[in-house]
Design a protein around this ligand. Sequence first.
Ligand SMILES: *Cc1c(COP(=O)(O)O)cnc(C)c1O
Length: 498
Amino acid sequence: MFYKSTRNSSMKITSSQAIVKGISPDGGLFVPEEIPVFEINDIMNLGNLSYPERAAFVFSKFLTDFTKEEIKYCTESAYNKEKFSTEKITEISTLCNGVYILELWHGPTCAFKDMALQILPYLLTASVKKTNIDKEIIILVATSGDTGKAALEGFSDVPGTRIMVFYPENGVSPMQKLQMTTQDGENVTVCAVKGNFDNCQNGVKEIFTSHEITNKLKENKMMFSSANSINWGRLAPQIIYYISAYAELVRDNRITSGEKVNIVVPTGNFGNILAAYYAKKMGLPVNKLICASNKNKVLTDFINTGIYDRNRDFVTTISPSMDILISSNLERLLYIMNGYNDVQIKEWFGSLASSGKYEVSQSVKDMLNSEFYGGCCDDIQTMETIKRVYDEYSYTLDTHTAVAVSVYGDYKESTGDMTKTIIASTASPYKFSESVLEAITGKSSVSDEFEMIDRLYELSGYEIPKSLSELRTKKIRFFDNVSINEQKSYILNKLFKN
Ligand SMILES: *Cc1c(COP(=O)(O)O)cnc(C)c1O
């Protein structure tokens, strides 16, 4: 299996090359040239396997230049009891009849990003060896909060790599900030940017494609790669858990083999839901993909009108990891829906870059409508959902998953669709304890992060993740902050001074 760029269909590279490079030099994203298809029996057979074994099966279809042993080494090193608080790696809770919460946050940083970022360093290190690259890999990350910490945790002290993380100064939760600024490791740098996530991401994208910087790196035997979901090595691991969850639900007689399910995903950069789309195209019996947004509802509008328009105010919400107006992975979806037409993608994304807007063709609009449902909710509805679910089902949602549950409610009400449904739960409520507490108790708390965690424990009864409680006594190591146009000089300084 080879990979193309969404902006150059004649490109032909291996999966390891795609993973090392992260993003294509033409500004496009790497995608597999075709989508492998499973038989329903292949999926069923996964039910009795361990998570790393299920992962290895899915990877074997996409990473065809890796040996079986290499894949096995990667999946076993990433998905184990030392890194995750459950041997099953993910957990499935039943919210109510036919509605399942797929908990993707039992990894070291308590958000679903661990599902991919625990394995990416292994995939990347193997890819570097395989492609005979004798360079130090510099991982550049723009984060809306969770990717940064998950990437830092994954790459900390990984030989042959350095990692630099940029986060929006006022765009992450206090816990997320503390997680990043206390990160251990000799090869890590963390820096705040005076701007929002889109500013951070644009800065990083520009640096990636700047000839001046990439040449300078080359002279010094270094190269950039990406741990953002623009990297195929981030996306492929996310396909696995949808297939794994389905196999498990069939195994446990909660759905029947071949029965269609809806999948609801709280969405920002469109990575997680794109992975669900891939799973569907691979043969997973999926009815609707429900794309849930917060008040930054650029995707809701896009799915409903076919017009992508980022010319709107960026809103800061209580689900900060979804505060995004440029959803990078949409480029992959549109490329697939357009029959791998790179010319069309260049036109639309050129227009996005110049005017912040593009409109897709009628045939793509129709496809979007048949595959997806787009909905959104504001902070008040998010809070109400947390409260309602807590009262009715004794289940404590984080703010992001609550957006998904709220939008799913709207979907069910407007369509009457009773199809069984998997809701992707993307973070532990402890990561956003201030908002979750306020939602449940009706009072805003002014106490410190750790008192709030203790209080949330009393209310939810969920075990407090060790990785969060140990931040209590951890020293802050990183204090840097830069303005938007200083990201480049900051990186050059860090890499080449001293
Ligand atoms: C990153 C993140 C999201 C959004 O995921 P995308 O892949 O960017 O769409 C949702 N919830 C949480 C908690 C996240 O960290």
